[in-house]
Design a protein around this ligand. Structure first.
Ligand code: ADP
Ligand code: MG
Length: 885
């Protein structure tokens, strides 16, 4: 197994501080002896080592000396070595003895747990089946550290000592525990950013045009309740507050420092902050990685990490938390309070979104402009918003996804409670067209982002306008239970447009129930049309709106109500808004309004949209998200005939012979696929017309002849495929013609039996470096690229999802007996999709895979052309190892 334990990493502690973890080096010897001396008198009982200080010193000599058999990790905080964990495998037993020693001063910060997590993963990767630790019986702290880890522990008492045994097998439960601890640490560390008790503004200028002045003014004007310290060496007072020459001179601690000095001064200021217990920095100053200053930015991060400070920016607009209230940024205006947690990688986009959100009645709970994302990223903010009570919906403007896999896991968890709406720019970035498989060519990075976001329930929007439209529905209204919409309005045109938009975006405008009809008839004026849409006509007044809304809300066949009001007809704008407010109070179903020409929020909870399409768009997104939340989570299907060991053996052997990876030859590809029960047509190789004719007799006539050769990628393009060969003579003849046409690129041929007539589907997979595997199903055959009719998913894929992938294709009707065709074996195709998904998920070394075509007939499926590329795959960083980027 490839090593995934990071050589060195920074990790958040429980209280939000930062520790550095790395393997022990011989040069740590002195620091370790000091560590023992520091802790020996007071806390011999806090150690794993049972023999007291003398033994501990001996342990250090052994661990830093030659021939050490153990594995040891050390942790430092603020540059000081404060903890060590080791395990020593027994000479001929798979179990290993575990020891941990921590500095007294760092107890209670979760450092013991962290070291243990890391050492457990290391032990598991080195084949250790059991870790044994001897702990003094009154060492409750250590006992708890081991027992709370998240792995089953057995204990045995003997002579005042407890023998603990832990199986270091990474389990789902352990992962959940680790993620819970990571979450806690994230939240604590970002609390220093979003809810600081005191703030210093370094570079607080007297010039009202300067950023350093504007941020101070915003901070003061926002009503921040704690002390605010302007730092300015050339002023005694800024914006009415006494100023201080530097951080060292502040009269009290500053939990957060906002830095707006020139770029050249930032590092020095950060070091000052580090020395004076500042816990977080927001660096507004530009001129770092974005302007060729990558080295300085790394140094800035280093300073922050060593001091346990979180860093927002540099090159950002600042942070806002309306609940404090805290406005530590230089956005114009005052962000109004509300339920939207907002993150933006672009300051300019953020300014526009906040401005607009305010006008729409959608305020901001907290906001961070992350700038260069040197430290705090979108993933960290998601963790913060997860249990921030003021945040009900999360909006993100992203230009890049730093760690898509981690994003996926976090977003999936949070999206189950708070919807996440994302605008990700860079859609036009094209994929690597040089790749040879259709699947890899189609799965551009943008497609990958799309599929990843969809898999974890994130709502992706194309524009920030759409983001706001969707977010305000999600923030103020419940999710719809289904897609059935009742439309109530007073004007035919907009209602028709609404109904059209519903159909286009996947919502349904159903017939209302007979009871609803009757009730509407009884309550509305005779001219009203009581179908769906319910048309109150231009005479319909506020009372009619209220009656109609109440009535359709009560129809069990309706999941959401869309009100379309065109002013100034009926009772006019105000009275109608009031009627909508009254009729919808306490409704359990979502309501949206289109008040022609007006974007707003009725009664602080019913979003109003200027145009029908906006309202329908938001509702459709909400319905999709609701469907994602309600998706059944099925345990992985048992797939008979899947042989992981066999597949792994084939891959290892091939990579050993071709260390850089390669396109597999046909027989090897077929063997690999067969190990997962993927049906590939039998192929017999031939090296001339005679052997080809013999091969045809073997596979059965009619036969197919295909040229082979490393340079032949798309064989039909060069006349390298002949189908429907009826006799041995035709096979011979075809071989001769093919050889003459293709020439030296043809190294031989394969012969296959002709598959029955069926639908040609492409089934493929690609391993994205950052995103992991993706699976594609589409219209196949030689014209696959032409129609680009495809569906993508992240594996694992269950049967229902495979069915949905097929249903998404425009060519799907061909499989279901289109115009007198026979019904194809769709379940067999689903089965193949699931298996290819499992294969790609299990074996990251499969870089590209194209089955094109898979021929789907009434009697089953068979892939007649299989191409597989292997490549050595670096193991992605283990999810079990908490670490900062
Ligand atoms: P390439 O993709 O390299 O051009 P394929 O092996 O996919 O070559 O063959 C091209 C086309 O020939 C397929 O899309 C399919 O229509 C047809 N074909 C190939 N093999 C068979 C077969 N065994 N039975 C029926 N048709 C086949
Ligand atoms: Mg093909």
């Amino acid at each position: 197994m490839t090593r995934t334990v990071a050589d060195e990493c920074d990790v958040l502690l429980r209280d939000g501080g930062v520790a550095h973890i790395r393997p022990l080096r011989p040069s740590d010897r002195e620091a370790l002896h000091e560590l023992i001396d520091r802790s020996s008198e007071r806390s011999a009982y806090l150690r794993f080592f049972t023999g007291g200080a003398a033994t501990a010193h001996a342990c250090v000599d052994r661990a830093t000396g030659p021939g050490y058999r153990g594995h040891a990790l050390v942790a430092s905080v603020g540059g000081r070595l404060v903890g060590v964990a080791e395990y020593i495998p027994g000479p001929d037993r798979p179990e290993a003895e575990l020891g941990i020693l921590l500095d007294d001063e760092v107890h209670g910060h979760g450092l013991g747990t962290l070291l243990l997590e890391h050492i457990v993963v290391d032990a598991a990767e080195h084949g250790v089946t059991e870790l044994v630790a001897f702990v003094l019986a009154d060492n409750r702290r250590m006992l708890r550290v081991v027992e709370d880890l998240g792995l089953p522990v057995t204990r045995r008492y003997e002579d005042g000592c407890v023998e603990l045994r832990v199986v270091p097998h990474p389990t789902a439960h352990l992962l959940a525990e680790i993620e819970a601890r990571a979450h806690e640490a994230e939240r604590s560390s970002l609390a220093h950013v979003f809810t600081p008790g005191s703030v210093a503004v370094v570079g607080a200028s007297r010039d009202p045009r300067r950023i350093g002045h504007r941020v101070l003014r915003n901070l003061v004007d926002s009503g921040f309740p704690g002390p605010v310290y302007p730092v300015n060496p050339r002023a005694a007072e800024v914006y009415g507050l006494p100023a201080y020459p530097d951080v060292a001179s502040l009269p009290g601690p500053a939990e957060l420092a906002v830095i707006a000095t020139p770029a050249a001064a930032v590092l020095g200021v950060a070091r000052d902050c580090a020395r004076h217990q500042v816990r977080a920095l927001v660096v507004l100053t530009a001129g770092f990685a974005e302007a060729g200053g990558g080295e300085t930015e790394r140094e800035l991060l280093r300073v922050c990490r060593d001091a346990g400070m979180r860093l927002v920016g540099p090159n950002c607009l600042g942070v806002v938390n309306t609940a404090v209230p805290l406005n530590a940024g230089f956005l114009p205006g005052r962000p109004p309070a509300g339920p939207l947690g907002l993150m933006s990688q672009s300051g300019a986009v953020a300014a526009a979104v906040i401005e607009r959100a305010g006008l729409l009645g959608l305020g901001v709970s907290s906001f961070a402009s992350v700038g260069n994302k040197a430290d705090v990223s979108g993933n960290d903010l998601l963790e913060y918003w997860e249990d921030d009570p003021a945040t009900r919906v999360i909006g993100m403007y992203l230009e890049s996804l730093g760690n898509p896999r981690r994003f996926g896991r976090i977003a999936c968890r949070i999206g189950a409670r708070k919807p996440i709406v994302v605008v990700k720019s860079g859609r036009s970035a094209s994929g690597d067209r040089a790749v040879r498989s259709h699947t890899a060519a189609a799965a551009t990075p943008d497609v990958a982002v799309d599929v990843l976001l969809r898999a974890c329930g994130v709502i992706r929007e194309d524009t920030v306008q759409d983001l706001l439209d969707t977010a305000r529905l999600l923030a103020f209204q419940p999710l719809p239970a289904g897609r059935r919409v009742a439309i109530v309005g007073n004007s035919g045109g907009p209602q028709a447009m609404t109904a059209d938009a519903c159909e286009r975006l996947g919502l349904v405008v159903p017939e209302l129930s007979p009871a609803t009809h009757e009730a509407l008839r009884a309550r509305l004026r005779p001219a009203a049309a009581v179908g769906n849409p319910v048309d109150l006509t231009a005479d319909g007044d506020a009372g009619d709106f209220a009656s109609a809304i109440e009535t359709v809300l009560a129809d069990p066949g309706v999941d959401a109500v869309l009100i379309v009001y065109t002013p100034p007809f009926g009772s006019g704008l105000d009275a109608t808004r009031q009627a909508v407010a009254d009729a919808t109070r306490g409704a359990a179903k979502p309501l949206v309004a289109c008040v022609a020409g007006h974007d707003d929020l009725i009664d602080g909870r019913v979003p109003g949209y200027a145009f029908p399409e906006q309202a329908v768009h938001a509702l459709a997104r909400a319905a999709e998200h609701a469907a994602w939340r309600a998706r059944p989570v099925t345990p992985p299907e048992d797939l008979p005939g899947v042989d992981l060991t066999a597949a792994r053996r084939i891959i290892e052997a091939d990579l050993a012979a071709h260390p850089g990876g390669r396109w597999l030859d046909d027989p090897t590809a077929a063997r690999l696929l067969s190990a997962y029960g993927v049906h590939v047509a039998e192929s017999v190789s031939a090296d001339g017309p005679e052997t080809a004719a013999e091969a045809a007799a073997l596979v059965g006539l009619p036969a197919v002849l295909k040229a082979t050769g490393p340079a032949l990628v798309h064989k039909s393009d060069v006349g390298g495929v002949r189908t429907g060969l009826q006799t041995p003579e035709q096979v011979r003849q075809a071989y001769r013609e093919m050889a003459a046409r293709i020439g030296s690129a043809m190294k031989g041929a394969i012969v296959q039996a002709m598959a029955a007539e069926g639908v040609e589907i492409i089934l493929g997979g690609v391993a994205h470096q950052a995103f992991g595997p993706l699976i594609m199903v589409g219209w196949g055959g030689v014209t696959t690229e032409l129609l680009a009719d495809r569906a993508f998913r992240v594996p694992p894929i269950d049967r229902a999802e495979a069915g949905r992938m097929i249903a998404e294709l425009r060519c799907a009707p061909l499989l279901h007996g289109y115009r007198g065709r026979p019904e194809a074996d769709v379940p067999a195709l689903e089965n193949q999709i699931i298996r290819v998904g499992r294969l790609m998920d299990d074996l990251p070394e499969i870089a590209e895979l194209d089955l094109n075509p898979v021929i789907v007939t009434p009697g089953g499926v068979v892939a007649v052309d299989a191409r597989v590329r292997l490549a050595p795959a670096p193991q992605p960083p283990s999810l079990f190892l908490r670490r900062l980027r």
